[in-house]
Design a binder for this molecule. Structure first.
Ligand code: AMP
Ligand code: MG
Length: 399
């Protein structure tokens, strides 16, 4: 039996980052992984510009100016943001400028309009301004050629804003990881179908599909399959042609209907391991088929989700090209009590508020999904632990 760590290490060894890239519109790139460095093709701002509404001029012309002794300059015109007109400002002259307007060569400062009489032909300046003050210089934000996005970066809203300011319209990213997902079980119905005795609705298919979406993975949802090894083996082998990873739920335990043990040999898949020393999800079964990982989690909905988060999510993040692919763990204080001893390692649901982890509900069984709502972390209870008390220090895995 593997430990959580040894099982994850085995999976990560087989998780090769996707190398194929594609070029996409910048607007579609949120959350994607940059496949190349992006150096700025321009300087930003592309010209010296005024950061305020006022006048640009030669600072020496208003040296010593005050309310009592204003300097009087001739206004040669007006420049607004976006106006393409080129002005030349001589000594003794000023140009009326609005925020964002280009500052002509030669002018070495801008005076804010509040320190003037806002005159249109002649302007009285009531203050002096030092040399080089109140000008946003060319390239002050982004120098020409500066690398603003690096290969491997997860593209954020900020990257999209900055790249837009550089005039970049398309970016090269790694293609999405592709996952084929199959839920197995004779008992499964899909929402919308009418419930009959003995059947249940398939929770795993929708929940894991949503998690795949969250991870930016392209999900190929194969639907749900009956507990028929041959049919499942065929469906998975077919799906593997266009998938990087295969994920299944159900049929990995020790019962008569736990078909996945037969499916792997039928497909010709190599078994990596079966069983991990943890609750929920201990019967995790993993293999490799034609170089592609096959991750088969228990059908119990909480077990399926916990195993997906703990094992599949880091694998998929690594394959996507993310540098930080491991689950984030931290030590914190527990709020609430967990009455049972834990002879084996156990993961239980909790909500971490940034300071402490509060237990959610009191149904910790692996078959209960309802208490996953509001859960943003798992408390990782080591094997051999006593019941947990309010205030105990615990380690959590952030989801
Ligand atoms: P299994 O892993 O197939 O032994 O299933 C364990 C338990 O989880 C059984 O009670 C199943 O009925 C239930 N189960 C299996 N698959 C799903 C699913 N996709 N959605 C909800 N419950 C499931
Ligand atoms: Mg089953």
């Amino acid at each position: 039996m593997e430990t959580l760590e040894s099982a994850l290490a085995l999976l990560l060894e087989h998780a090769a980052p996707v190398r194929e890239t594609e070029e996409i519109p910048l607007g579609d790139a949120l959350g994607r992984i940059a496949a190349e460095d992006v150096a700025s093709p321009i300087a930003v701002p592309p010209f010296d510009r005024s950061p305020l509404d006022g006048y640009c001029l030669h600072s020496e012309d208003i040296a010593g100016a005050s309310r009592e002794h204003p300097a009087v300059l001739t206004v040669i015109g007006e420049a607004c943001a976006g106006c393409g007109e080129v002005f030349a400002v001589e000594r003794g002259q000023a140009l009326r400028v609005m925020t964002g307007a280009p500052v002509p060569a030669g002018c070495d400062c801008v005076i804010r309009q509040e320190d003037t009489d806002e005159g249109m032909e002649q302007v009285r300046m009531y203050a002096s301004v030092p040399h080089n003050r109140n000008i946003c210089w060319t390239g002050e934000d982004v120098p020409l050629g500066a690398v603003m996005m690096h290969r491997g970066d997860t593209i954020t809203c900020a990257h999209i804003g900055v790249l837009s300011s550089l005039g970049v319209a398309r970016v090269r990213v790694y293609r999405r990881v592709r996952v084929a997902l199959l839920s197995t079980g004779d008992e499964l119905l899909q929402p919308g179908e009418s419930l009959s005795f003995g059947k249940i609705y398939d929770a795993n298919r929708a929940a894991i599909t949503a998690h795949l979406q969250e991870l930016g993975v392209r999900a190929h949802v194969l639907g749900s399959a009956k507990d028929e090894p041959q049919a499942v083996a065929q469906a998975l082998a077919e799906a593997a042609k266009d998938a990087d990873v295969l994920v299944t739920t159900g049929g990995v335990s020790v019962g008569k209907k736990d078909i996945m043990h037969k499916v792997l040999p039928l497909m010709g898949a190599e078994r990596l391991f079966w069983q991990v020393a943890m609750k929920p999800g201990s019967p995790l079964l993993c293999g490799v088929y034609e170089g592609k990982l096959l991750i088969c989690v228990s059908g119990n909905p909480f077990a399926a989700l916990a195993c997906f988060e703990v094992f599949a999510a880091p694998v998929l993040r690594k394959m996507a090209g993310k540098a930080a692919y491991e689950n984030r763990r931290l030590r914190t204080t527990l709020r609430g009590e967990f009455g049972k001893k834990s002879p084996g390692r156990r993961l239980i649901r909790a909500y971490f508020d940034g300071v402490q982890a509060r237990l959610i509900g009191n149904n910790h069984s692996s078959g209960s999904l309802s208490t996953v709502i509001g859960c943003n972390c798992l408390v990782d209870i080591p094997a051999g632990s006593d019941a947990l008390c309010d205030g105990d220090e615990v380690e959590i895995i952030l989801l």
